[in-house]
Each structure stands twice: as C-alpha cells, then as structure tokens.
Design a binder for this molecule. Structure first.
Ligand SMILES: Nc1ncnc2c1ncn2[C@@H]1O[C@H](COP(=O)(O)OP(=O)(O)OP(=O)(O)O)[C@@H](O)[C@H]1O
Ligand SMILES: [Mg+2]
Length: 294
C-alpha cells in the first residue's frame, strides 16, 4: 500500500514537471549596471548567467556596452556577427546569437552598438521587432551595460523587469552607485532595483556597504532597496579573466563562484513581480527614446 502511494506521488510529480516544461517561457529582462566603471558588471553578468543556466534556466546575455566589447572577450569567443551586421544585412536575430559554454547564448556588442544610436527610427524599430522573437525562447535576457550612466543605459534600466546595480565597497563606487539610484528614482518609471556588492574583503564589509546604501536611499530618496548578495574579492577572478574563461567554469569552487551560485539561487527564490517580459521592455524602451532624448 505504502509503495503504491509512493509510486503515485512520483507519477504525479513527473506529470507536474512535464506540464511545467510545456508552458511557454516568460522571458524576463535584467539590466546590470553601475555608477563607477570597472566594478565587475561584465564578470558578474557572465557568471550570473552561467549560475542560472546551472539551475536549468535558459539565458541570453546581450552586451549593450556602447562601443566596447566585453562578454566575447571574457569568453574568449570572437563573435562572427554583432548587432550592426543584423541591421546592415537584414539578418534575423537568430543569426547573430552566438553559442557560449554550457548552452549560454550571447549577442556581442562590439563597436556595432555605438553605431546603433545614430540609426534612424525605422531601423531601430526593425531591430526591436526582431528582439521580440526571443519572447518565450529564453527565461532571462541579461543586458550588460557600460560604465557610467549614459542615456542608453538609463533607457535599459527603466525598461527592464529587474535591475541589478553592482558596486564595490570603495567610497567612490558607493557614491557613484547612489548617483545612479538617485537618477533612476527621480524618473517616473520606478524599476525593481537590487544591489550586488562585489569585491568585498569580508562578509562584514559587504553587509556594511549594503547597509549604507540602503540607509541613504531610504532617507534621501524615500525608496527601499534590497541587497541581492555579496561577492568576495577573489584573486581567481582576475586569473580567469586572463585565461578568458568565466570564473565559474575555470574555478568552480573558488570563493567568488560559491558566492555567485548562492546569489543566483537567492535570485530564483525571490517572489515573481514586475514580469513584463520582452514586449513591455521594448514598449518602454522605445517610448523613453523621446523622453530621455536617446
Ligand atoms: N570579485 C572579484 N574579485 C577580484 N577581482 C575582480 C572581481 N570582480 C571583478 N574583478 C576585477 O575587476 C576587473 C573588471 O571587471 P569587469 O570587466 O567585469 O568590470 P565592468 O564593471 O564590467 O567594467 P566596465 O565598466 O569597464 O564595463 C576584472 O578584470 C577583474 O580583474
Ligand atoms: Mg563591462
């Protein structure tokens, strides 16, 4: 009797799993940004994407750092094509998606995206029409933005479902992260922002940095901001960068990899909110063009 019940339970679980797999995927757009440059956005984006993949999620990274290639260099994979090729040669978006390790998908920025801001509206519309084909194909699209708060980065931030602001415990990085928060929270659109404190020399230092930012944001901007996690300063990160391999692959059990895997699990455990997906991202992104003057 007990065995039979156990078997029924197993079959039920299997059925639930199968029906979940058949459901269309909702694609969530995550923008990763920072105030100060060089705080670890691209390394975070790439390894966070891999950590999500290892949790059975489908992920695409889109390198939207204007003018500077980041992700393909960190992966050591020279891209065959980038965004500009797509527009100039009228290619479908599937033709510019590159395959990275462990099933990771990426779209290379290169210098192509720099060009993009000077394109006519018609071409931009066509580009985004193509992006909408990714709806349901992946669970997450991660946008890795460039240093500083350009108009375009702000548009990516305001249109995303989730925003991750990366900072380090350095006072200059904290001040610049706060400047980003202030800039974003004074816009009409209030995205869902969380902090990641990178390069912490101790957990305590990470916690204190997060606390400082939380307090000033509460006091001066009247907003509550959450901390997604802390990543230690780990010499293996730089070693992996030099090898052009993500640290999660090159050093799977190093401190930074362990912290990042935990952080990705914590992210997936968050309650689902604000999930507008690609279509809402595109609508907001296009609308903000005239408002912010991109
Ligand atoms: N957790 C870490 N521990 C040690 N070093 C790190 C860590 N994270 C990043 N770094 C170092 O910081 C460098 C810059 O990282 P990364 O390129 O990811 O920053 P970024 O914010 O994307 O820079 P940019 O603003 O130029 O796009 C890396 O090459 C690495 O040497
Ligand atoms: Mg970068």
């Amino acid at each position: 009797m007990k065995d039979q019940a156990e078997q029924l339970r197993k079959q039920l679980l299997q059925l639930q799993q199968q029906s979940k797999e058949l459901e269309p995927r909702k694609t969530k757009v995550i923008t990763v940004c920072s105030g100060k440059g060089g705080v670890g956005k691209s390394n975070f984006s790439l390894n966070f994407a891999l950590a999500l993949l290892r949790q059975q999620k489908k992920v695409l990274i889109f390198d939207v750092d204007l003018g500077l290639a980041n992700i393909d260099v960190l992966l050591g994979i020279p891209p065959r094509r980038n965004m500009l090729h797509m527009i100039e040669q009228d290619l479908p978006i599937t033709d510019i998606i590159e395959e990275g390790p462990e099933g990771l998908k990426f779209i290379a920025g290169g210098s192509g995206f720099n060009h993009l801001i000077h394109l006519e509206q018609q071409k931009i519309d066509r580009l985004f029409e193509e992006l909408s084909h990714l709806h349901g194909q992946v669970d997450y699209i991660i946008l890795d933005t460039g240093a500083g708060l350009s108009n375009e980065s702000l548009r990516f931030i305001l249109a995303a479902d989730d925003v991750i602001v990366v900072t380090t415990p350095e006072p200059t990085a904290i001040t610049d992260a706060y400047a980003v928060l202030k800039m974003v929270y004074t816009q009409q659109q209030k995205p869902n922002i969380r902090l990641v404190i990178n390069r912490c020399s101790s957990h305590k230092e990470g916690r204190e940095t997060g606390q400082k930012l939380k307090l000033v944001t509460r006091r001066f901007l009247n907003q509550e901001i959450g901390v997604l996690g802390y990543i230690p300063d780990d010499p293996n990160v730089m070693k992996a960068v030099k090898k052009q391999k993500p640290f999660l692959i090159q050093f799977p059990s190093t401190d930074a990899s362990v912290a990042l895997s935990n952080l990705a699990r914590a992210y997936l455990d968050l309650p689902i909110e604000n999930q507008g997906g690609i279509k809402s991202f595109l609508t907001k992104f296009l609308k903000s063009r005239s408002k912010i003057g991109g």
